[in-house]
Design a protein around this ligand. Structure first.
Ligand code: FPP
Length: 255
């Protein structure tokens, strides 16, 4: 994995610093092949590995994957059990390779609800990779943005009760400090596979100015071509952050 930032053609222009992905379509991928949904999830793990490698090779330093939403508990118990085991096994299997490639693992959401086995595997992986600096791989597990914001509001209210903060002094930076994503830059690019065009309660605060790319490709089919197509779409857009074009052009670093 190369830490230097580079496009496919070797140029260094305008890569996103933080890529977030809503991985969707595992079940449909399997159904289309007459296979059980769990086969789609297995191939989904391969696609997650590809996405991580591609970010590492391009030198994109932050990748965030939405693996399990707080709403996913509504799936059949058997599928939830399978996903829990698959995530634990995949993490155990990939840990050595992630560490060798300088990947730091970070988890957002509430993984405790998945039971002791996955929680222990996660703790071990997070601890082992904590000093790595090439790529921060954040996995959202039992994550929901509204719940994250409610928890943040409670924490700020507690700080006010404890007289550490006053309500009128609360700033965006104060709120960011109590989000699950504290310390991470906001995503520059979000890719959602699987054909749906919505955010599904993912990083609602953090995606405020993010460029969004939706593709019909099902997650297990995510590959280098789709990755670079999404990057090209991102590079073709002008990010304005609420300003008019000329203002943006006159400021360095914002394109
Ligand atoms: C998406 O397809 C499935 C998920 C988001 C569940 C878990 C993801 C994986 C196993 C991929 C690998 C992840 C990691 C972090 C190793 P879906 O079941 O919603 O598909 P459907 O919309 O076609 O039913």
């Amino acid at each position: 994995m190369t830490p230097a930032t580079a496009n496919k053609d070797g140029s260094q222009e305008d890569l996103p610093r933080h890529l977030a992905i809503i991985m969707d379509g595992n079940g449909r991928w399997a159904k289309a092949r007459g296979q059980a949904r769990v086969q789609g999830h297995r191939r989904g793990v391969d696609a997650a590995r590809r996405a991580t490698t591609l970010c590492g090779e391009a030198g994109i330093p932050y990748l965030t994957l939405f693996a399990f939403s707080s709403e996913n508990w509504r799936r059949p118990d058997e599928e939830v059990r399978f996903l829990t085991q698959l995530l634990a096994l995949s993490l155990e299997k990939e840990l050595g390779r992630l560490h060798e490639n300088g990947v730091r693992l970070n988890i957002i959401g509430d993984p405790a609800s998945f039971g002791r086995n996955l929680a222990k595997t996660i703790d071990r992986a997070v601890e082992k990779t904590s000093s790595n600096t090439n790529l921060t791989l954040t996995i959202a597990l039992n994550y929901g943005a509204r719940q994250e914001l409610v928890t943040a509001a409670r924490l700020l209210a507690e700080s006010c009760v404890a007289k550490e903060l006053t309500p009128e002094a609360i700033s965006e930076a104060d709120l960011e400090r109590v989000l699950n994503t504290r310390g991470l830059p906001d995503p520059d690019l979000l890719i959602r596979t699987g054909g749906e065009v919505r955010l599904s309660n993912f990083l609602l605060w953090q995606l405020a100015y993010t460029e969004l790319v939706f593709t019909d490709v099902l997650w297990p089919d995510f590959d280098e071509t789709i990755f670079w197509e999404a990057i090209a779409a991102y590079q073709g857009r002008q990010r304005r952050f609420g300003q008019i074009g000329e203002q943006v052009e006159s400021q360095s670093g914002i394109g």
